[in-house]
Design a protein around this ligand. Structure first.
Ligand code: ZN
Length: 666
């Protein structure tokens, strides 16, 4: 599971001048930010070398994600890149700039669909312009792409084709109506039956295999349904072999248990055997000592309507020792937090175990973590491994730091926060509060509580991820204002909680609406959970005026009048959400989500969009990676140099030239 960033971290001071700009590119609804890797230069050379090899492995799977997102993505990207690098005509015309913007969006989303809304991009240049540009270049540089031209043009210009990457509308065939490449010619019923049969054969296995995680499910012309597995000898083999090449180098310089962990991963990539992936995860979760750590594989299943197929991703990182103190204190007190949680004591965990949490510095982002990246991760995802072996939870500090820097002086707090004291508190405590909330959410929230005996973990159906995020967020919100946090030295005073609460309520009720297109409702589960919490507390605290709408100069503001009471409301809500989860009360969960989390007030929505637009703040952010260059003396690697390129287009063209290993059609 992964945490996604709040809208725009609400810290900010307009008088501070950044040394070098943090935002390196902006287009459409996107800003591209650079991040720094503090502490890299001071690492021992063996660790730098390990990071270098793992970073190369992280870049080699990029094409896999493009193909997973839609089968036509690689030909579209490569056609546009060929145009981009060969066009000799006017690069300042409106249509050229529109084509360039479209390509930047394809790079950012790893395909032709928006990374967040999943809707297909609408080109702002014409098909005849596209033809004209290609004619001026000639077909020679396009090679095999020429034969795919019609399919590429259809993908870009025909709105009826591939309209959405991921359809989640109940009642429709979710597979036939989704354009991702996880299933081919298979109906939802056929896929469900295929995997139900596999699960049946595996029934009673205490260590169940995550069937379907690393394969495409296909129906051939004869009607036979089978899996094409992603491994060195199978689908995506050409990219996976490169990943293995770098992992084998990493294995040689890794020490202790980590060497064996990497070996399991290599064996898994070589065979596609999911039990080896489990072995890797078990070894990985047990290793809390290695300074350098990484994720590399088919990990998160958010992109599959059936929640079975995992997209390829990688993150390479090392411990931020100083900041780790924070999560160590939280983990060390995990049992205290559980014992004092404001829920029915019967639903508390008698023994909290296996929560290892740390703060990390990211050194490389790849696949589904690039350019848009999570700010917190809790892995592995297999329930039985979490139950028997625990999980590792991380907060990514240098990424949130870069977000914070990029948001400074953007005018956001001035526009949306009414009271000066709230703005002042957000400026002082905003980042610290966000970090702590992420820590509490990831390393305690998700792991807390237990189910009543006999209740199925899937009882909440399609409402489960919203309610689960709600539970974890409430845990964080409740405890960030607890005197225990001050006693532990993690929070200076209740003022920090006030900053967190004001920000959270404003975001949940108002500012996050800027991410939604006019006429649409709230669909994404993290956004739903924030709205659910904020609206519920507003409603419950109405009689006491805990939260209030204020209109000034024709603008609406949301303010918190009573922070102490709001904290109690978070506790009361956590009690109810935990009850719903523990008892598998589907109807109650559904009623809460439908009443508070989904519907958008169109008037308010229009206002937020207009005010947001006036600020010219892009609602989504992503990153360019640093670059690493090994330094050799004779054949011996003696150092790795880091540099920070500040050009998004150059990085994308560089990756296309050097890290693109798959055929056009896979
Ligand atoms: Zn979460």
């Amino acid at each position: 599971m992964a945490s996604v960033p709040l809208l725009t971290l609400a810290a900010g001071s307009c008088c501070e001048q950044a040394e070098q700009p943090w935002i390196v590119d902006r287009f459409d609804d996107i800003k591209v930010i650079r991040y720094e890797v503090p502490g890299f230069e001071e690492l021992p050379v063996e660790q730098k070398e390990l990071i270098y090899y793992l970073s190369e492995a992280a870049k080699c799977g990029r094409d896999i994600l493009f193909d997973q997102n839609c089968a036509i993505n690689l030909p579209v990207r490569r056609t546009l890149e060929t145009i981009y690098t060969n066009y000799k005509g006017d690069r300042s015309s409106t249509e050229w700039l529109a084509l360039e913007k479209y390509l930047k969006k394809v790079w950012f989303a790893n395909g032709i669909h928006h990374h967040y809304s999943n809707d297909k991009f609408v080109p702002e240049f014409s098909e005849s312009y596209f033809d004209q540009v290609i004619a001026s270049i000639g077909e020679e540089p396009f090679g095999e792409l020429t034969s795919l031209r019609d399919a590429v043009k259809q993908a870009i210009f025909n709105p009826a084709l591939y309209p959405t990457k991921l359809n989640q509308k109940a009642g429709e065939d979710l597979l036939l109506t989704s354009s991702s490449n996880y299933y081919k010619g298979v109906t939802q019923a056929e896929a469900e039956a295929f995997y139900a049969a596999m699960a049946k054969a595996d029934a009673g296995n205490p260590t169940p295999i995550s069937y379907g995680l690393n394969s495409q499910l296909v129906k051939n012309e004869a009607g036979l349904i089978y899996e094409r597995t992603w491994y060195a000898g199978g689908m995506y083999g050409a990219a996976i072999e490169k990943i293995i090449y770098w992992l084998e180098k990493a294995e040689q310089v890794a020490i202790g248990e980590q060497q064996q962990t990497i070996r399991h991963l290599i064996d898994y990539y070589k065979t596609g055997d999911l039990s080896l992936f489990d072995a890797y995860n078990i070894a990985w979760v047990a290793d809390t000592q290695s300074h350098v750590d990484f994720v590399n594989g088919f990990i998160e299943d958010y992109g599959d309507a059936l929640g079975r197929k995992a997209s390829w991703e990688s993150i390479v990182n090392f411990k931020d020792v100083e900041a780790c103190h924070r999560t160590e204190v939280i983990s060390a007190n995990a049992q205290w937090f559980e014992d004092h949680s404001p829920i029915n004591p019967a639903y508390r965990k008698p023994e909290v175990k296996g929560v290892s949490a740390k703060v990390i510095t990211v050194a490389m982002l790849g696949g589904d973590c690039y350019p848009a990246t999570p700010i917190g991760i809790n892995l592995p995802n297999a329930d039985w491994i979490r139950r028997d072996h625990g999980s590792k939870s991380v907060t990514i500090d240098n990424i949130t730091y870069a977000y914070d820097k990029a948001a400074q002086g953007n005018g956001f707090t001035e526009e949306f926060v009414l009271r000066a004291e709230d703005r002042e508190r957000m400026k002082l405590y905003g980042k610290q509060a966000d970090d702590l909330h992420t820590d509490l959410h990831e390393c305690l929230g998700h792991g807390s509580g237990r189910l009543k005996e006999g209740v199925s973990p899937t009882a909440l159906g399609s409402y489960s991820s919203t309610l689960e995020e709600t539970r974890a967020d409430l845990f964080g919100l409740y405890y960030i204002g607890d005197p225990k946090m001050i006693e532990l030295g993690l929070v200076p005073s209740f003022e920090l909680a006030k900053a967190a609460y004001a920000d959270y309520i404003m975001n949940g009720m108002m500012t996050q609406l800027s991410r939604i297109e006019p006429g649409k409702q709230v669909e994404e589960s993290h956004m739903r959970n924030r709205k659910l919490i904020a609206e519920w507390c507003y409603e419950q605290g109405k009689a006491e005026n805990v939260i209030e709408w204020v209109v000034e100069n024709d603008k609406r503001y949301i303010v918190v009048n009573n922070f102490e009471r709001l904290r109690e409301l978070f506790g009361e809500m956590l009690h109810e959400i935990q009850r719903i989860k523990s008892e598998g009360d589907f109807e109650a969960g559904k009623a809460l989500v439908e009443q508070y989390a989904v519907q958008v007030d169109p008037e308010l929505h229009r206002e937020v969009l207009a005010r947001y637009q006036a600020l010219k703040i892009e609602p989504y952010g992503g990153f360019v990676n640093p670059e690493y260059e090994p330094v050799y003396e004779d054949d011996r690697l003696v150092d790795v140099k880091i540099s920070y390129p500040a050009n998004y287009v150059e990085q994308m063209l560089n990756y296309a030239a050097n890290y693109s290993f798959l055929p056009n059609i896979n």
